[in-house]
Design a binder for this molecule. Structure first.
Ligand code: EPU
Length: 345
């Protein structure tokens, strides 16, 4: 339980280098670590920091820091995880926003509650997962979401949001839009449907099924496959600084796509239910010759062109310069504007 006698954990002029997965240097004007909902309310009620602009930080795995943050950075470290209830059609699991996402995925599987295995090894915290509606290998957070609790940073009031209120989109939610910087997610509840149905439609997983001759993997096997696929093509942020996919996969009209396919028949693309077409940004960047290239100390990962990396000591400005150069060359060749996925500060 929060103890009112313990003062809030407030650090002035705090380094954020350890708090962003790119490992970029920047200072926070003030860093406040919150361990409970009550701590968040104490930030709201704080005579000085309560009224200052806020930036909410989870695992720091989806941000690019290009300068010092002249705001109160609220680092969410609220822990705890439990089975809230077991229904005939689902397990409802609740976790504190500060829990590491991957540890939650592994723990639910160990407990015998499958459903999150396709989302294994995604860096970041539980509270950050709904913000950008994390997704991988055919499953998005929105597909397993029940509800979340958040504290309003103006009123200090706790609110519960269901999926509709979160306005999930592709790597998007209300927390990247209208509620950005305005409310702190404290707890997330997930709905893991019963009976468990594997999601195996993604090309890389189909490949694993044929390689291993196992067309009916259990959840643990899917988890192991996803971990192996990710380790083979995505850099571990603990070793090489990065923020996962740097750009969203662009969605174009069928006409635009036909035009591009006419010129580049190899282009990797996926038809969407509404008739539009999603293009693989990694393919576009790769086709422009960027894989393995660098600008200063920022580079394009050798095994996945959609991931920009810190080759050691890079600044946020170098990452952004590299990103702009990539955007320009993709626009020049394909007429498509790539949109960054992480939040650029
Ligand atoms: N490709 C290339 N060259 C590259 C990279 C990719 O030709 O350098 C081609 C691949 O061969 C493949 C296609 O592009 O045919 C798509 O690549 P991949 O399967 O690796 O997936 P992605 O579209 O690059 C998306 C997500 C990832 C997620 C994977 C798996 C986005 C922006 N990214 O990547 O999410 O793990 O699918 O579902 O939607 C993240 O958001 O940080 C992230 C890593």
């Amino acid at each position: 339980m929060p103890n009112a006698a313990v003062p809030l954990d407030i650090q002035p002029r705090a380094s954020l280098r350890e708090h962003n997965s790119f490992g970029l240097p920047a200072l926070a004007r003030t860093l406040i670590r919150v361990h409970s909902e009550a701590d968040v309310r104490r930030v709201v009620d704080h005579p000085q920091h309560g009224v200052a602009p806020k930036f909410i930080l989870g695992g720091g795995s989806n941000i690019v820091l290009t300068r010092d943050v002249e705001a109160v950075v609220v680092k969410v470290e609220i822990g705890g995880r439990r089975l809230l209830r077991e229904q005939a059609d689902a397990w409802i699991v609740e976790a504190g926003a500060g829990e590491p996402w991957h540890a939650l995925v592994a723990w639910t599987l160990e407990q015998g509650w499958p459903g999150l295995e396709n989302l294994a090894l995604i860096p970041g915290s539980v509270g950050a997962a709904p913000v950008q509606n994390i997704g991988a290998y055919g499953v998005e957070l929105a597909d397993r979401f029940h509800s979340l609790d958040a504290v309003d940073l103006v009123t200090g009031r706790s609110v519960t949001l269901d999926a509709a209120m979160c306005r999930f989109g592709y790597r998007d939610s209300v927390f990247k839009q209208a509620l950005a910087g305005k409310s702190v997610i404290t707890r997330v509840r997930l709905r893991l449907p019963r009976p468990w149905q594997p999601v195996l439609g993604y090309l890389d997983l189909e490949r694993k099924m044929s390689e291993t001759g196992n067309p009916r993997p259990d959840a643990r096997t899917v988890f192991d496959w996803v971990c192996a696929i990710r380790r083979a093509k995505l850099p571990d942020p603990a070793v090489i600084g990065n923020a996962g996919s740097f750009f969203k996969n662009p969605v174009v009209s069928p006409e635009q796509c036909r035009d591009i396919i006419g010129r580049d028949p190899e282009i990797v693309h996926y038809p969407m239910p509404d008739g539009s077409v999603k293009l693989a940004a990694g393919w576009l960047i790769d086709a422009c010759g960027w894989k393995g290239k660098s600008v200063g100390r920022a580079g394009v990962y050798e095994r996945q062109a959609l991931v920009l990396v810190n080759r050691g000591g890079a600044s946020g400005a170098e990452v952004v310069t590299l990103a702009r150069a990539i955007q320009e060359s993709v626009y020049g060749r394909f007429g498509i504007r790539l949109e960054p996925e992480p939040i650029i500060l």
